[in-house]
Design a protein around this ligand. Structure first.
Ligand code: DGT
Ligand code: CA
Ligand code: CA
Length: 588
């Protein structure tokens, strides 16, 4: 057995870059520029480029041409050149320069709740703090007390965030792991002797974040897995390489656990390693109650295996319908499968429209017409344009005048369209006291008003709850957008009594959003299910800032399925006339 065998990089000419690699290089550029005090527009350009690249449906490596990159929305000649450089050399000189100026730990500091680029710069310049460990020491020794702008409230908050940091292991947003997972899976499927290969674990259950990848492989004959992994371009390190299991580290730092099983055990291994632990435990108890034994090799009566090759036969042998992986969290799915009342989970094709999208009138990167054309090309029937209201923080937010002009432009566009409808909307800020950032007179002219929190995330629970309840009292509000305001791995959910918010939404006959941006996925699965149990309709919304980001709807669908939603629970699965009726209802 080998321990920690480093696999050398592939020979020159074989650079293997995923779009995600390009996106994360741009995102890192944005962060390092922000820490360096660079002009916010330049920072934003890199952030936007990272999002555009993440939203592409084709691999950049297949496009391959600099002029084509230049044509992508939000990518100018300079960024196009950088994409070309990355694809050609696997490196980005501008990024390497920035990295030399800023210690690596500064980016990690940016993730600490309470710290943004300005404060990180102050910590670095003022106290020479170079990372989380330095910050922790400075907090403990009281050295931080001397730094201007770091008062007792902020210090307490930082101490709390750092404590949480130490106890929560790193998790990857699902989308960051996806390109690596898919390419590894496809590679394994191409290995001679491999009959099936699937990514199991939290990845298959569609969790919004994953700690690692768990791969189940069924073989027709003996396969040397370690040798196959050594030939895989994404694999950086092999540890614990044995005949039936391997652990590998990918070049991006993601860990992969792999298991080889014979085909007769494939279903049992897939079931076991898909989990969740709690779901597995309930299944095992159920087997025991029937004098059976369930493990990763099969379902046994005494010594005899009575099922194992497929998940279907295992569930059936336990008296259950097959359960979709997204539901396997032991939240009632086993009883539902026994009683033939599993929900028919919503699918991407059920969506008729999208109720949250931006244009270049606020912080989106494309025109109204381009967004509409893209929504149409995706087979949607309606799209609500919901640019930001003008408020702190949002460059180019709309004031009442500009919004009115956009409304006129949409009316004109609708007059020209047939078979597609653009809905007039706004994403209006909920101010600190729960008032809205735009006057009623404008809001009431719109088809859909999406209200959202974009600041004051730190309010205490009662103040935050009252703020949201007051916003919901507003008769023009249709949808509460990304209700918890969390950003995966970056910002914790706000403190809010979700039960009271649910009750208010129900009472007012308005709606909750499940924001499909992969960094938000807010509502989360548990809150989605709660909304559905209350009979509240959920808007699964892309919050697209470019046409490519309309593709993010799929992430919202995955989360919705984890939240037990059927098409009937989804607001934008309704045809336009019914949607209009529902939107009108919450105006009364
Ligand atoms: P993660 O990796 O934290 O995102 O979540 P999972 O669910 O992928 O967890 P992981 O990688 O530790 O294990 C993958 C699956 O393997 C897990 O969902 C259930 C199964 N499994 C692993 N260890 C155990 C165990 O000790 N008992 C049981 N019943 N199942 C286990
Ligand atoms: Ca896992
Ligand atoms: Ca694992």
């Amino acid at each position: 057995m080998n321990r920690h065998e480093v696999i050398s990089a592939p020979a020159h000419g074989a650079i293997h870059l995923h779009n995600e690699d390009v996106a994360s290089a741009f995102a890192e550029m944005a962060e390092l520029l922000a820490i360096g005090g660079e002009n916010p527009f330049r920072v934003r350009a890199y952030e936007r480029a990272a999002n555009v690249v993440r939203g592409l449906s084709r691999p950049l490596a297949d496009i391959g041409d600099r002029r084509e990159f230049d044509r992508l929305p939000g990518i100018g000649p300079d960024l196009a050149g950088k994409i070309a450089e990355l694809l050609r050399t696997g490196r980005l000189r501008a990024l390497e320069q920035l990295r030399r100026r800023a210690p690596a730990g500064l980016r990690e500091l940016l993730r600490v709740p309470g710290l943004g680029p300005v404060r990180v710069r102050a910590l670095h310049a003022g106290l020479g703090i170079r990372g989380v460990a330095d910050l922790q020491r400075a907090l403990r020794s009281g050295r931080l007390n001397r730094l201007r702008g770091f008062g007792p409230v902020l210090r307490k908050r930082l101490a709390e965030s750092l404590e949480g940091e130490a106890t929560t292991p790193r998790r990857w947003p699902l989308v960051a792991a996806t390109p690596y997972a898919e390419s590894l899976r496809d590679y394994l499927r191409s290995v001679p002797g491999v009959a099936r290969a699937e990514i199991a674990g939290s990845y298959r259950r569609g969790r919004d974040t994953v700690a690692d990848l768990d791969v189940v492989i069924a073989t027709q004959r003996r396969v040397d897995l370690a040798a196959a992994l050594r030939r895989c371009a994404d694999v950086h390190l092999l540890s614990a390489a044995g005949p039936t299991r391997c652990t590998a580290l990918l070049r991006n730092g993601l860990q992969v656990d792999l298991r080889l099983v014979p085909q007769g055990s494939y279903g049992a291994a897939l079931l076991y390693f898909t989990g969740s632990r709690e779901h597995n435990l309930s299944l095992r108890r159920r087997a025991q109650a029937r004098q059976l034994k369930l493990n990763e090799y099969g379902l046994y009566r005494g010594q005899r295996r009575i099922a194992g090759a497929s998940e279907q036969e295992l569930y059936h042998a336990l008296g259950l319908e097959w359960i979709a992986p997204e539901l396997r969290e032991d939240r009632g799915e086993i009883a539902a499968a026994e009683q033939h009342r599993l929900p028919r989970l919503v699918e991407l094709g059920d969506l008729r429209g999208d109720l949250h999208a931006h244009t270049n009138a606020s912080d989106g990167s494309e025109s109204l017409e381009a967004m509409v054309a893209a929504a149409r090309a995706r087979g949607l029937e309606y799209l609500a344009i919901t640019d930001h209201s003008r408020h702190l923080g949002i460059v180019h937010g709309l004031d009442a005048d500009r919004l009115s002009r956009q409304v006129d432009a949409i009316d004109e566009l609708n007059a020209k369209l047939s078979g597609f409808t653009v809905l007039k909307g706004v994403e209006v800020d909920i101010l600190e006291d729960g008032r809205l950032a735009l006057p009623d007179a404008v809001l009431c002219r719109l088809d859909v008003v999406v209200a959202a929190i974009h600041d004051h995330f730190q309010l205490g629970e009662s103040q935050q709850t009252n703020r949201v309840l007051r916003a919901l009292d507003h008769r023009c509000v249709s949808i509460l957008a990304h209700p918890s305001a969390r950003l995966l791995g970056e910002r914790a959910p706000i403190h809010m009594d979700f039960g009271r918010v649910l009750a208010a939404v129900k009472e007012r006959s308005c709606f909750l959003e499940l924001n499909a941006q992969p960094g938000r996925l807010d509502l989360d699965d548990v809150h989605c299910k709660a909304a559905c149990d209350h009979g509240i309709l959920v808007s699964i919304a892309s919050d697209a800032h470019s046409s490519g980001e309309l593709a993010d709807l799929i992430h919202g669908i995955r989360q919705a399925r984890r939240g037990w939603l059927t098409a009937a629970n989804v607001l934008n699965a309704r045809p336009l006339d019914e949607l209009r009726r529902l939107l009108a209802q919450c105006r009364r």
